[in-house]
Design a protein around this ligand. Structure first.
Ligand code: SAH
Length: 218
C-alpha cells in the first residue's frame, strides 16, 4: 500500500533533498535540523492547491491572512534556538499552521504554543495529532502576554514580529534561556537572539527577516 503521507512527484524524497541541499548551501549546519526539514511533510501544512510548491524555499499563504514561514528561516531559527540547548520546555508564539511546531516537537521535551486566531489553532491541533505529535500544549491567546502558567521556559521562539521585544517574554525566560524573535516594523525586521545571563540580557542579531506583525491586543 502507498502511504499518502510519503507523497509522490513534487513531494517526493528527491524534491525534499533538493530543499535540504539548498539550505546547506545557505549555511544551515545542524544535522538534526536538516533531518527535520527532510522529514516533516510540509505539503500537509499548506492548502492542497499549493502542495506542489511545498518544498520550495519560500513562504506561502495558509488562509486567514497568514503565512507558513520559509523553510530556511524555520531552519535558521530552530538551529539558533537549539544550539547548545540542554533545557526541556519551549514557549512558541504564533502557532499558525504548526510547521515550526512540528519541526521542534521531536527535538525537545515539551512545547507550549500560543496563537491569537482560534480557528487556525483548532485546525493545527488536529493536524499535529494526525502526525503523532503529542508533546505540544495549545492556547488561544495574545502572545504579548506569553503563557505565565508554565513559565519559566528554557527557550522562547516567536514567529511574528513586534516593534520591540515584549517585556513579559523576557520575564518568562529561565536563567540561561534563549529567545529567538524577529523585531522591527514591516520591511525592516531583524531576527534577534536574546540570552538571559546572570545579571543582564545578551542580544545578537541573526540578520534581516520578513514576518507578519505580532498583533497587539485581541
Ligand atoms: N509558525 C508558523 C508561522 C506563523 S505566521 C509557521 O511555522 O509557519 C504568524 C502567526 O502569528 C499567525 O498565525 C498569527 O495569527 C500569529 N499571531 C500574530 N499576532 C499574534 C499574537 N499577538 N499572539 C499570538 N499569535 C499571534
Amino acid at each position: 500500500m502507498i502511504d499518502a503521507r510519503l507523497g509522490i512527484g513534487m513531494t517526493s524524497a528527491r524534491t525534499r533533498n533538493r530543499l535540504v541541499q539548498r539550505l546547506i548551501e545557505q549555511g544551515i549546519r545542524s544535522e538534526v535540523v536538516l533531518n527535520q526539514i527532510r522529514t516533516v511533510p510540509r505539503h500537509l501544512f499548506v492548502d492542497e492547491a499549493l502542495a506542489s510548491r511545498a518544498y520550495e524555499d519560500t513562504a506561502l499563504p495558509i488562509g486567514l491572512g497568514q503565512t507558513i514561514s520559509q523553510p530556511f528561516i524555520v531552519a535558521r531559527m530552530t538551529e539558533a534556538l537549539l544550539d547548545g540547548f540542554t533545557g526541556e520546555s519551549i514557549l512558541e508564539i504564533g502557532t499558525g499552521c504548526g510547521y515550526q511546531t512540528a519541526m521542534l516537537a521531536p527535538l525537545v521535551k515539551k512545547i507550549y504554543t500560543v496563537e491569537r486566531v482560534p480557528e487556525l489553532l483548532k485546525k493545527t491541533r488536529v493536524r499535529l495529532r494526525s502526525l503523532d505529535i503529542y508533546n505540544v500544549q495549545f492556547r488561544p491567546g495574545d502572545g504579548w502576554e506569553g503563557w505565565p502558567k508554565y513559565a519559566p521556559y528554557d527557550g522562547i521562539i516567536v514567529t511574528a514580529a513586534p516593534a520591540s521585544i515584549p517585556q513579559k517574554l523576557l520575564d518568562q525566560l529561565a536563567p540561561g534561556g534563549r529567545l529567538i524573535i524577529p523585531v522591527g516594523p514591516k520591511g525592516r525586521q531583524d531576527l534577534t537572539m536574546v540570552t538571559k545571563l546572570a545579571d543582564h540580557f545578551e542580544q545578537v542579531s541573526l540578520g534581516a527577516v520578513s514576518f507578519v506583525p505580532l498583533v497587539q491586543g485581541k
